[in-house]
Design a protein around this ligand. Structure first.
Ligand SMILES: CC(=O)N[C@@H](CCC[C@H](N)C(=O)O)C(=O)O
Length: 370
């Protein structure tokens, strides 16, 4: 099985696609699922996603397991033989491993009927614009509504053979952040005749650092990161426009509204001081990943009977739209150690593939404990 898992992971790794564009990925998954024994399976598609229900022999409850399926707009720099064949796209967040583990667990359930019903959710667009919320709202899960749900995320900093989780908040509330600055361009030698958006956008980035330091309660945690800054065309021209792209992260859902309020205030102030217009767009917003204590405890007990080691996880400022599923259905998310020297969203992320077998073991152990 280990060789098969590695082959699947490499196949999927070659074809990363962005949110709601996962056509090749969906076709690959459907082909694979179609080859499995079909006796206990029912398959539905939703946009580029797939939902598969396995009928259990007892079937007194339904456990859902969710994997995300999209890649990131990152150019891979691993130099691996099986590196991404899609220019500027990479599975740099481990969704290729997440999908492979889901297929491994589904294969076992299709061959050896589990006691309880299991719903496998292959969800698009986790990195953006968010697939979990519209998937729930679409009603596709209505007839197969789970009693509980769980998911995993690879953890580059944890050793292979380790899983990690915690009761309560695991991942933060997030909001994307896009700012478009509009001023007046002109000759570099005549700044007084222009409204320079390189200066306005840089000032915004610098001032913004004060929001977490000075506007939030020090006992609350938040992060505002600008990951992309774009402006200008040539060295001797003043830029008429600028664009900032970033993300906001907070540990509680209310704090995110406060951060947005301060961003808006600073933008209005800059509009006056730089005589420009600033448009703000918050893109997609994810609700916190909040783990159910009873389920985490059950998972910890299940893991103690496997070859894996359980570690208590600290809360993290990462985001996950799986939080929307946990808002509706009790459950949990856990980290799976993959021991990569490069972290999530890095162009050289290289998870240890031995983690695939451990992932399948953990998922099946939890499915079969019920
Ligand atoms: C686990 C992980 O890395 N998740 C992403 C989720 C993206 C949320 C959204 N696009 C945003 O940037 O706010 C993360 O960046 O944490």
């Amino acid at each position: 099985m280990e060789d098969t898992l590695i082959q699947i992971r490499r196949d999927l790794h070659r074809i990363p696609e962005l949110g709601f564009q996962e056509e090749k990925t969906q076709a690959y998954l459907l082909d694979y699922i179609g080859e499995l024994p079909q006796e206990y399976l029912e398959i539905k598609t939703w946009r580029t996603g797939i939902v598969v229900r396995v009928t259990g022999s007892v079937g007194s409850k339904t456990i859902a397991y969710r994997t995300d399926i999209d890649g990131l707009p990152i150019t891979e720099a691993t130099g691996l033989l099986y590196q991404s064949e899609h220019n500027g796209r990479m599975h740099a967040c481990g969704h290729d491993l997440h999908m492979t583990i889901a297929l491994g667990a589904l294969t076992a359930c299709a061959k050896d009927q589990p006691a309880q019903n299991v719903v496998f959710i292959f969800q698009p667009a986790e990195e953006g614009p968010g697939g979990a919320l519209p998937l729930i709202q679409s009603g596709i899960l209505k007839e197969w509504w789970p009693d509980e749900i769980f998911a995993l995320h690879i953890a580059p900093e944890l050793p292979v053979g380790t899983v990690s989780s915690r009761t309560g908040l695991l991942f933060a509330n997030t909001s994307e952040l896009f700012l478009d600055f509009k001023g007046k361009g002109g000759h570099a030698a005549y700044p007084h005749l222009t409204k320079d958006m390189v200066v306005a956008a840089s000032t915004f980035v610098t001032n913004m650092q004060g929001i977490v330091a000075r506007n939030l309660d020090p006992l609350q945690s938040a992060v505002i990161t600008i990951g992309k800054m774009e402006s200008g065309f040539v060295q001797n021209t003043i830029a008429e426009t600028a664009r900032l792209e970033g993300t906001i992260r907070t540990m509680d859902p209310e704090a995110i509204a406060l951060v947005k309020q301060h961003i808006e205030q600073q933008a209005r102030g800059l509009e006056i001081s730089h005589n420009c217009q600033i448009e703000i767009d918050y893109g997609s917003n994810y609700y916190q990943v909040y783990n159910d204590g009873t389920k985490v405890e059950a998972f910890r007990e299940v893991i103690a009977k496997t070859s894996l080691t359980y570690k208590e996880a600290p809360p993290a400022m990462t985001g996950e739209d799986f939080g929307y599923m946990l808002k509706e259905i009790p459950g949990f998310m856990f980290w799976l150690g993959v021991d990569s020297p490069y972290g999530l969203h890095h162009s050289k992320l290289q998870p240890d593939e031995k983690a695939l077998g451990h992932g399948v073991e953990a998922v099946l152990a939890y499915i079969n404990h019920a």
